[in-house]
Design a protein around this ligand. Sequence first.
Ligand code: C2O
Length: 499
Amino acid sequence: MTRTRMDVWTRTRAEGDWPAVLKDYEVAVGRMRDLDTPGGKPGSPLGWRFQAAIHGLRSQFGGPDTSNEFWSNCQHGSWYFLPWHRMYLAAFELIVQDFLEDEDWSLPYWYSIDPDDVGKSSLPPAFLDMTLADNNLQTDERSEIARSGGPFYGSIDPDLLNSLLIEALNADTFSTPTGTATFGGGERSDLNFSGDEAGLLEDVPHGLVHSLVGNDYVGNVVVNPGWMGSFYTAGLDPIFWLHHANLDRLWQVWLTLDDSHTNPTGDSAFFDTEFTFPHPEQGTITWRIGDVLDPEFLGYEYESLAAPSVLAPEPQDRERSITTEGAMPRPEGSMPPRVLGAASDVSMGSAERVPVEMTPPSSPGSAPDDATGSRAYLRVEGITGTTAAPLYSVYINVPEGEDPAEHPELRAGSVSTFGLEESSRTDDAHDGGGLTATFDITALRDRLGATGRWDDGHMDISFSAHSPAPPAGAEERRERDLQADATDVRARRVAVLVE
Ligand code: C2O
């Protein structure tokens, strides 16, 4: 029998603040916490702290604690992101079922950026309820903005977040060897560029929701860091699991959205990779990625796989919509992307435009039809830093002296800084390479070209940071929390590529 993972907001609206599925969840979280050893390292594998440690646990040295084989195993910045988290959730769901002695209990999902229903962007009331004594779903380890019960993104423009979700769902491939502008992330076994690469979904909604549910910000400074804001603590927040159920669901939404959207089943480095998790009865369970690509294998389906309505129009509008930006087919068997130009060591917090000189694609030695048939990418590589806003957008050819944020039509893409600290550490599993994001700018280039604002030999890049307006009192905390050695967020290289 297939269970249904339900939309937590639909249940809340239908049943009131404490729908049955959350009442049960709250009880199970309490039982898992009862297994926790109070201090020191996590004890029982079925305990709450151990479960969170599977995702990440900070060692006394500041990096990931891997002294237990199950700890600090989370997969980010590659095509393993979605399947690893799918298994992590499925194993967790079995544990909750076991504590509840209810094989039908299923993790609900939190569709936090639903372009058709902004009301879902608030944490469901059960996660905020302070009237229930020791409510296991409530915690102060969240941003004040999230705890206020309003939209988790505060004053950030919801239209931007909706566009980012839609851009992710419009990505036409799950993965590529070169990691360019994919839904699911770069192939880890065949990296043509330094650094691992997140898929678009992993940036937004995934990373952004983490940062903003966890942390408050004053500009580019984190104040009041909370659980969801770091790999090492994210799993401690009960909302983590509902957030990831939604990402897992969006994977299925993406697959359903277009016949050309498929999983990279032909690649054994993906298909045959296995991960092992604690199991409530048999000790451990090992799954192979190839087996879990259909959620039914794990016993569940989702209440809804409806895509945002702008992506799922009435049939007569369909033709128009599938020719929107980003939907150009990727050339089969094409050459790896070629770098046309790049700028090094770029500050992403500066208002200065960054000039990039490019070798025009039609110059001697390159294919003559490059400029017309090619896809163009903007790659922001090796992003590191100790303090950053939750989200940065990159813009092309913003007129001198103008605010890029006033030019959404020139935005090439946006990157979340969730995991920045973890991936900036040189002694960490992520090797200090930082975060990398690549955006498909083919449509933007063609649009600029059509209005005479594209120059094959030169591009100006600008960045703009997106932080919500800080909660009251945060300005003072900023002074206290700001580390003396905090450095701005920088990209090792910003490159323009064509393929
Ligand atoms: Cu492994 Cu949402 O993080």
